[in-house]
Design a protein around this ligand. Sequence first.
Ligand code: T3D
Length: 260
Amino acid sequence: MEQPVILVSDRSAVRTLTLNRESKLNAANDDLLLTLTDELKRADADPSVRVVVITGAGRGFCAGQDLGDVSGRGMTFTEHLNHTYNPLVRTIRGLSKPVISAVNGVAAGAGASLALAGDVRLWAQGASLIEVFSNIALVPDSGSTWFLPRLVGYHRAFELMALAEKVRAEDALRLGLCEQVFPDETFRDDVQAYAERLATRPAHALKLTKQALNAALTSTLDQALDLEAELQQLAGDHWEHEEGVTAFKQKRPAQFVRST
Ligand code: T3D
């Protein structure tokens, strides 16, 4: 029987979506990309989910486009990107809940873009990232040209893309490509613990924070100040704010998770 391309599992308020084409280092075919996008939307709509984790089965995170699945697909490159990768990246960035890219192993090509696209990037010690596109004479896509220079600057991004050099976890941390590196042996448990901690934070405020940060990446200071003022009203009117202030005054931890 054929394996599902995306494994879906829930623990506490954390939904984990696992890319599941292990023998190809989770290289992406259309089924994987479209299913992942659908599952992200499903997680966003599910009130029991507060954090989404994207990770890979086996020793790879994602080796990018499945190079055995390209010919005869009946689409131009532009059409294919607009049909698969671009909606996926837009869905991750637009999700109202935090998305963790849990990079368990090699992330190459569009897999590197996925590794960068999460709100939080957690890496295993043995993980690596390669902007591998130039090895097959393609242009970095799926957001890599947008994410990488914002993280490391134009020149470092160009070098990584032109030479397709492997970035290992220690350097990724130094360069700001990830927030935390965990030992390989405990990686999946460490990711779960991190995600559960994030799930206790105020979901509504984080949704607005994500909205503000995404907008700020392409806005002026004036626009950012205006949007902050608008979103702060929404946050201030929400019960989470009242709970946070009350908890502070009562010298107890705030309880931001409520059964509705
Ligand atoms: O719309 C469009 O099509 C444009 C979009 C493009 C987006 C892209 O992502 S373009 C970039 C595509 N990806 C690549 O070029 C990466 C190719 N893979 C590699 O360079 C290497 O496999 C890695 C550096 C990722 C890992 O190397 P290593 O030595 O750890 O593993 P390996 O032995 O090369 O790979 C293990 C298996 O996975 C192997 O299969 P085998 O020989 O054991 O049967 C290998 O063929 C397979 N595999 C790895 N990457 C891909 C793949 N199979 C198909 N497609 C792959 N991308």
